[in-house]
Design a protein around this ligand. Structure first.
Ligand SMILES: Cc1cc2nc3c(=O)[nH]c(=O)nc-3n(C[C@H](O)[C@H](O)[C@H](O)COP(=O)(O)O)c2cc1C
Length: 372
């Protein structure tokens, strides 16, 4: 017994197991591969072997939770070439292969459900992008406002996508309410000017997301995990810290298994009134322990991960570190060396199970891909 205590005593907090209240679902550690679009799937929305291979390598590399790229729940929500979809039962066989290959290695498989809203480009969808209101949040693109029937249909589509993911063997889904896509366009006052039940006040702007949460619960079983990802502040949609406080407080009444705060840099924060705190600290304070909290943004080393958890997170998410190091959780073990940072050579990335398409996409991230 003594030795177990000693081992746990020096174990990195992000390597300790966690048990979700829902169904007592266990996760081997608190390391989350955050959702990453990688453009590797087929244009018709079918999951490709490359997309499966890259996620499987992260599960094999020891991540407790592996989250997929954002997957569009309706055809008109597609955000990128090579994104896989969840808008039809035809996708279930591919999703099944993906979920199985992640779970085989002991990780939980979570699919990130998404609709691009005004940020679903017309050249991918052949239709004018829809959103909460008419606005130009996505620079030179003008959205059209969804009517009530369309709002209800999109809410149902999120539920159906979750049902497909569960049928395919996923452990749960994360609703992408961050980064200015459709859910955050409903949340933000600069992209939602509605005067009906879906806008005009904070509770009305929350209603779209809250309704999706209820719909996912309606279409899935009692053991299916459900989380929400949020941006703490966001200029484009006019989301301030005060708005996020209200959203996180509202989420206390939602039947969720986790909240995921997308900080981009966990060392950053903002002031509200007289007080300044980092984003994770604010969210942990508003959340008051109600939902397990994931924080992501700029985590690279064991110390960074410790910092995220010390701010009140229960899990740490990594994106870019997980691209460069498929077995990033091993870097948290005592005595492990700090994981090298970008630039990464093409051959290194290829050994990390990225296809040429994904490597090419990563060239858009400043300084990530070096020359061989
Ligand atoms: C290539 C790439 C694709 C991304 N795609 C998504 C996505 O589909 N959904 C999402 O919520 N965030 C996405 N993000 C944001 C990451 O999940 C993460 O929040 C961000 O990269 C900051 O974490 P990091 O510093 O560990 O990279 C993406 C990031 C990268 C690098």
């Amino acid at each position: 017994m003594m030795s177990v205590v000693r081992v746990l005593g020096c174990m990195h907090p992000a390597l300790q197991p966690f048990v979700f209240k829902r169904g007592g679902i266990k996760v081997q550690n608190r390391c989350v591969l955050a959702a990453m679009t990688n453009k590797q799937s087929h244009e018709n929305g079918v999951v490709s072997d490359d997309e499966v291979r890259w996620l499987e390598a992260r599960a094999k590399g020891g991540f407790g939770i592996v989250c997929t790229a954002a997957t569009h729940v309706e055809l008109d929500g597609k955000g990128w070439n090579g994104a896989f979809g969840t808008f039809s039962d035809d996708f279930i066989p591919g999703l099944r292969k993906m979920a199985k290959s992640i779970k085989t290695h002991g990780a939980l498989a979570i699919a990130q459900l998404f609709h691009g809203g005004v940020r679903a480009p017309e050249d991918l969808t052949n239709v004018q992008p829809k959103s909460a209101s008419v606005h130009t949040v996505a620079h030179d693109v003008t959205s059209r406002a969804m009517d009530e029937a369309e709002i209800l249909a999109t809410i149902r589509a999120f539920g159906e996508a979750a049902r497909r993911c569960e049928e395919a063997g996923f452990d749960g889904v994360e609703l992408h309410g961050a980064h200015g896509y459709l859910i955050s366009q409903f949340l933000g006052p600069k992209s939602n000017f509605r005067a009906d039940a879906w806008g005009g006040s904070a509770p009305a702007r929350h209603r779209f997301l809250a309704s999706i949460v209820n719909e996912v619960r309606r279409q899935t079983t009692a053991k299916f995990l459900l989380g929400v990802r949020l941006s703490p502040i966001q200029a484009a949609t006019g989301t301030t810290l005060e708005h996020s406080k209200l959203t996180v407080e509202a989420s206390q009444d939602w039947d969720l298994d986790f909240l995921h705060i997308s900080c981009w840099d966990i060392t950053e924060g903002a002031s509200m009134g007289e007080r300044h705190q980092r984003f994770t600290e604010w969210c942990a304070e508003w959340n008051a322990g109600r939902h397990p909290l994931i924080t992501t943004g700029g985590i690279w080393t064991a110390k960074d991960a410790e910092n995220g958890m010390a701010q009140g997170a229960d899990f740490v998410g990594v994106a870019r570190a997980g691209i460069g190091h498929h077995n990033w959780p091993a870097c948290l073990q005592e005595g492990a060396t700090a994981p090298p940072r970008p630039p990464f050579s093409r051959s290194h990335l290829s050994h990390q199970a990225l296809s040429p398409t994904f490597i090419e996409y990563m060239r858009r991230w400043d300084g990530f891909v070096g020359e061989d």
